[in-house]
Unconditional design. Structure first.
Length: 272
C-alpha cells in the first residue's frame, strides 16, 4: 500500500494491529523560522536520527508507521498541547523548545515564539499528527479488536541535563504500567534482557511521553509502549550523525524481537 503523504507526516497503513509512531525524526524547519534562529538550530542535534532506516523491517511485520516531517525544534509532538511538564521537578524541554538539550539558545534575542505563535503551531503541526495517530489507532482497534502503539525514540547516551551518567541501551516506558495491560512492560523487558549484549530498563528515566500516556488505554485494549533507544547502539553520536550499518545490523533483530513479542502477546490475548 502506498504511504499517505501529508505536509506534516507520512503514514503507511499496515495489516497488523501495531502502529509505530516516530514523532521526533523530522528534520524540516521552515525558512521563515530559521531566519529567527541561531545557527545551532541547523545542526538538529536533538533529532531521533535514522529511525525509519533502523525500523526498515517493520512493514514485514505488518506494522503501520507514522513519521513526522518537521523538527522537534518547530514543535515537540510528544509534549501535551498545554505544555504541562511530564516529569514534575525535573528539567525538560518545552512544547516549542527555546533551547537544545545542551541548553544552547535556539532563537536570536527577542525572537522566541510567544503564546499566540505557539497556539498557531499547535494547530498547524501538532494537531494533524495527533489526528492521524488517533485515526489509525481507531482503525486498528476496529479491525483487530486490539491496538498496539509503539512510540519510537532515540537519544544520546549522555545528556547531563536529563540524567546522570550513561543511559541504558533500551529504555522501555509504560507510564509506570498505566499505558498497557499489567505485565506487558515486564514481558518486553524480559525479552530485551534475553540479548545480553544490551542493557535494558523499564520505567527508568524515561517512562513514556505524552503520546504513550495519552493514547495508552488498556481498559479499551489499546496498549502503548515507548522505546527510548541509546544512539550508540546503531549510529555515531556526534555530527554528522552517521548511520552505522554494522551496529544497526546487530541491534535491529533485538527491536524486531520486541515488536514480535508484543504482536504475539496481542494474538494470545485476542484468542483467549
Amino acid at each position: 500500500m502506498k504511504p499517505m503523504a501529508h505536509p506534516i507526516y507520512t503514514l503507511h497503513r499496515g495489516t497488523a494491529p501495531l502502529l509505530i509512531s516516530m514523532p521526533h525524526v523530522g528534520t524540516h524547519i521552515p525558512a521563515s523560522l530559521l531566519q529567527r534562529m541561531n545557527p545551532v538550530a541547523t545542526q538538529l542535534d536533538d533529532t531521533d536520527w535514522h529511525l525509519p532506516q533502523l525500523y526498515d523491517f517493520a512493514r514485514e511485520l505488518g506494522a503501520s508507521i507514522l513519521i513526522a516531517q518537521h523538527s522537534r525544534y518547530v514543535i515537540d509532538l510528544n509534549r501535551p498541547p498545554d505544555n504541562a511538564n511530564l516529569y514534575p521537578g525535573q528539567d525538560t524541554t518545552s512544547l516549542c523548545p527555546i533551547d537544545t538539550f545542551a541548553k544552547s539558545p535556539l532563537y536570536l534575542a527577542g525572537q522566541a515564539p510567544d503564546t499566540a505563535e505557539i497556539a498557531e503551531r499547535v494547530t498547524t503541526y501538532w494537531q494533524p499528527y495527533h489526528q492521524a495517530l488517533q485515526a489509525e489507532l481507531a482503525r486498528l482497534k476496529a479491525e483487530h479488536g486490539i491496538a498496539l502503539l509503539w512510540d519510537a525514540h532515540s537519544i544520546r547516551s549522555e545528556v547531563p541535563r536529563f540524567f546522570d551518567g550513561r543511559l541504558p541501551d533500551f529504555n522501555l516506558g509504560s507510564a509506570n504500567g498505566s499505558s498497557c495491560a499489567a505485565g506487558l512492560g515486564e514481558q518486553l523487558l524480559a525479552a530485551a534482557q534475553r540479548h545480553p549484549d544490551y542493557s535494558a530498563v523499564l520505567n527508568g528515566r524515561f517512562k513514556g511521553g505524552y503520546i504513550t500516556r495519552a493514547y495508552g488505554a488498556p481498559a479499551d485494549d489499546i496498549h502503548a509502549i515507548q522505546l527510548e533507544l541509546s544512539l550508540p547502539t546503531y549510529m555515531a553520536e556526534k555530527p554528522p550523525y552517521a548511520f552505522d550499518d554494522n551496529l544497526a545490523g546487530q541491534v535491529r533483530p533485538v527491536i524486531r524481537d520486541l515488536l514480535q513479542e508484543m504482536l504475539d502477546w496481542a494474538s494470545t490475548r485476542r484468542s483467549s
